[in-house]
Design a protein around this ligand. Structure first.
Ligand SMILES: Cc1cc2nc3c(=O)[nH]c(=O)nc-3n(C[C@H](O)[C@H](O)[C@H](O)COP(=O)(O)O)c2cc1C
Length: 187
């Protein structure tokens, strides 16, 4: 399996980092990582994680400027893409097909090839512009998984909340994640 992971400059880049850590444990999955300039800035502003500690987790790291990268073409087969977190700027690019960087081009390619694109849009509050772009992305086949808080499964720490979001994303690709706690019913 081959998955593209895009990390953009919305708050919560740590979610992308944890996603890569989880995928690193599954040798059958080849990960292709794109970090936007915004994401690199946010790792600096929001975390103590070094960019080298992020890139080391991926099998292939692409420059966001390289529109000639393998994942820029539909002839390079992948199983889809996750954009976590997804900034409102990147949602807008994906929704409109305005592919000025590799992250947006890779999403554009996945959409045109009928491959799954999961976006994790993060902004608060969301304007009508943001909501319209997210709807446009959904109308064009993207799966929208906002990083929402979950209370039904004992996720009483940030780490557990992030695990739950990652689990919901991986479910979209039928990937098992041992730290995901599903709802088991309430009798
Ligand atoms: C600390 C920090 C937090 C940010 N949080 C958000 C956010 O939650 N959502 C968002 O859409 N943009 C956020 N931004 C703004 C984006 O980084 C900015 O719009 C950038 O151009 C996005 O470009 P990219 O999608 O190519 O990374 C944030 C910026 C900084 C520096």
């Amino acid at each position: 399996m081959r998955l593209i992971i895009g990390i953009s400059g919305a708050s919560g880049v740590v979610m992308g980092y944890h996603m890569l850590k989880v995928l690193k444990q599954i040798p059958e999955i080849e990960t292709h990582l794109i970090l936007t300039e915004g994401a690199i800035k946010n790792f600096e502003c929001e975390t103590e994680i070094l960019i080298d500690d992020v890139t080391v987790l991926a099998d292939v790291v692409h420059s966001n400027k390289n529109l000639a990268a393998s994942i820029s073409s539909g002839s390079f087969k992948t199983d889809g893409m996750v954009v976590i977190p997804c900034s409102m700027k990147t949602v807008s690019g994906i929704a409109s097909g305005y592919a000025t960087n590799l992250l947006i081009r890779a999403a554009d390619v996945c959409i045109k090839e009928g491959r799954k694109v999961v976006i994790v849009p993060r902004e608060m509050p969301m304007s009508r512009i943001h909501l319209r772009n997210i709807k446009e992305a959904a109308d064009n086949g993207c799966i929208v998984i906002p990083p929402m808080l979950t209370f039904y499964n004992g996720s009483n720490s940030v780490e557990k909340q992030v695990n739950h979001i990652i689990g919901k994303i991986l479910m979209q690709f039928n990937i098992e994640f041992k730290d995901f706690v599903p709802w088991e019913g309430c009798e």
